[in-house]
Design a protein around this ligand. Structure first.
Ligand SMILES: NC(=O)c1ccc[n+]([C@@H]2O[C@H](COP(=O)([O-])OP(=O)(O)OC[C@H]3O[C@@H](n4cnc5c(N)ncnc54)[C@H](O)[C@@H]3O)[C@@H](O)[C@H]2O)c1
Length: 141
């Protein structure tokens, strides 16, 4: 983990390791965007089958070409893993997982605060959109 000043420098010279948690419709394109910008990336997902597909250079997202994933893996620009202990290897962590909702359909942000893995990191969280919309596919209001 970097100090704030050290982190700024690493981002400026693109030596920062970017970690993305959740390799779905948001996370995987984000990995591609960061690699295009010149960063090395690690991708974390609880779904081991997704991690294995990515390691084998296979995409499961229609608009992301398998060849592009294979190229990133071969160039060591992208390392997918299900091992959350490795979160400490990332300088920046971006969370792209579905947000659980409570009974009043508000995001349960306390789950992030309780997660010991995040206590060890400087995590900048920015809402990626309306979690209510994403998690309520039958709610068309
Ligand atoms: N897809 C969109 O168009 C869209 C638009 C705006 C906002 N969002 C928001 O972005 C976030 C991610 O959406 P998405 O569409 O990429 O979801 P997704 O279901 O496609 O991908 C989420 C991924 O996170 C993984 N995951 C779940 N829990 C995890 C955990 N605890 N640790 C690590 N990995 C975990 C899942 O296995 C899955 O691969 C959601 O909060 C959603 O509301 C999505």
């Amino acid at each position: 983990m970097s100090t704030t000043h050290g982190l700024e420098q690493k981002i400026a010279d693109k030596t920062a390791m970017i970690g993305v948690i959740g390799l779905g419709y948001v996370g995987l394109p984000l990995i591609r965007a960061f690699t295009r910008a010149g960063f090395r990336t690690m991708g974390f997902d609880v779904d081991q089958s997704k991690v294995e597909k990515l390691k084998a250079g296979k995409s499961y997202i229609k608009h992301i070409d398998s060849g592009a994933i294979a190229a990133l893996i071969n160039a060591e620009k992208f390392e997918p893993t299900a091992d959350m202990e490795r979160l400490c290897e990332a300088d920046c962590i971006i969370i792209c997982v579905p947000t659980p909702l409570n009974e009043s359909r508000d995001p349960r942000l306390e789950l992030y605060r309780r997660d010991g893995a995040f206590d060890r990191q400087d995590v900048a969280k920015r809402p990626t959109g309306g979690p209510g919309k994403h998690n309520a596919p039958h709610d068309h209001s």
